[in-house]
Design a protein around this ligand. Structure first.
Ligand SMILES: Nc1ncnc2c1ncn2[C@@H]1O[C@H](COP(=O)(O)O)[C@@H](OP(=O)(O)O)[C@H]1O
Ligand SMILES: [Mg+2]
Ligand SMILES: [Mg+2]
Ligand SMILES: [Mg+2]
Length: 301
């Protein structure tokens, strides 16, 4: 495998981060949510920071020396007055995750954690290799108790060459309109794809790996479509108009985050419609991992 070592490290990092996120989501308190930017009220939680610190730390352990990470969060707000207590909580969470895994016999200081978060400040680019991370994609879903993903991808000379999507709340079985989710179904999937090698899904503990396929439906009348849960992220009235013009009959499946790409990659639905509002600029960490997971079987070698 051309990127075998990178893929194994990415799966490991994303799985550890997903475990941390699960724990925080279970115990979620309103005080865990910090308003990151006063202007757009994008939420960020201890889990977003903890996940980024963990992934960054694991990747740097696995690839010392050659390391570039483009990631969503930074430590600016944490370093402000009053951030100390939250940094301690993040540090505790990160250390608990590392201890439970047992592969890295270290304990990080608060400063180590802040540094790990800030190693995600690379500008990326079309030369060399860059990791791309969304430590929690769908923070709004995470806070609501819904869907979210840890999304990690690797760019090599400008191309996405591997992607991992850990989706702790996605049912193992299809969430299509035709197969409504039974409340007893087990949840927690991880999708991974490497260029030329196809897309696979496994449980979050790494077991039960299966190859997945996108939907074979060609007739829009039989297709269902995914869109953002948040109407502020994608214009629902426009997608409903387009779905109608396409002849799609099913109601939209609204879900947060790149979990939509994971669900698409295994054929739960056939279409993903996303229409950001005027002026919004998409970020690479919101699509890099999802894009290769959904197209992973396209150019099999
Ligand atoms: N006004 C906007 N328009 C489009 N996307 C937005 C947005 N505001 C935030 N987002 C992005 O939408 C992502 C969630 O995707 P989705 O809409 O599919 O649930 C968010 O990721 P984060 O939750 O990582 O910040 C965020 O980057
Ligand atoms: Mg965000
Ligand atoms: Mg995101
Ligand atoms: Mg995010």
């Amino acid at each position: 495998m051309a990127y075998g070592k990178e893929l194994a490290a990415a799966i490991k990092a994303a799985s550890l981060a997903a475990r941390l996120c699960r724990k925080v989501q279970k115990a979620l308190l309103q005080s865990d949510v910090r308003s990151k930017h006063g202007r757009n009220k994008s939420p960020v939680t201890v889990a977003d920071y903890g996940s980024q610190a963990l992934v960054s730390f694991v990747l740097q352990q696995e690839f010392p020396g050659e390391f570039s990470l483009v990631a969503e969060e930074d430590s600016n707000d944490l370093r402000k007055d009053g951030g100390g207590e939250i940094v301690e909580r993040i540090t505790k969470l990160v250390n608990e995750s590392l201890t439970s895994d047992g592969s890295y016999g270290v304990s990080l200081s608060s400063e180590d954690v802040l540094k790990a978060i800030d190693s995600g400040k690379s500008e990326g680019g079309s030369q060399g290799r860059h990791w791309v991370l969304d430590p929690i994609d769908g923070t709004k879903g995470f806070v609501r108790g819904d869907q979210y993903a840890v999304a990690l991808a690797l760019l090599d000379r400008g191309n996405v060459v591997l992607g991992v999507l850990a989706c702790p709340n996605l049912p193992l079985t299809s969430i299509s309109v035709a197969h409504p989710h039974s409340p007893n179904n087990e949840v927690g999937c991880l999708f991974f794809a490497e260029v030329g090698r196809g897309t696979y899904m496994q449980l979050l503990d790494g077991s039960s790996t299966v190859k997945v396929q996108v939907s074979a439906v060609e007739n829009p009348e039989e297709a269902s479509f995914f869109e953002s849960y948040e109407s502020a992220h994608s214009m629902h009235d426009l997608s409903s108009l387009i779905a109608q013009k396409l002849g799609v009959k099913a109601a939209p499946i609204r879900m947060d985050s790149q979990v939509k790409y994971g669900a698409l990659s295994r054929g739960d639905g056939a279409i993903y419609l996303r229409f950001p509002r005027n002026g919004y600029r998409e970020k690479i960490w919101d699509h890099a991992a999802g894009s290769i997971v959904v197209t992973g079987n396209t150019y099999l070698s």
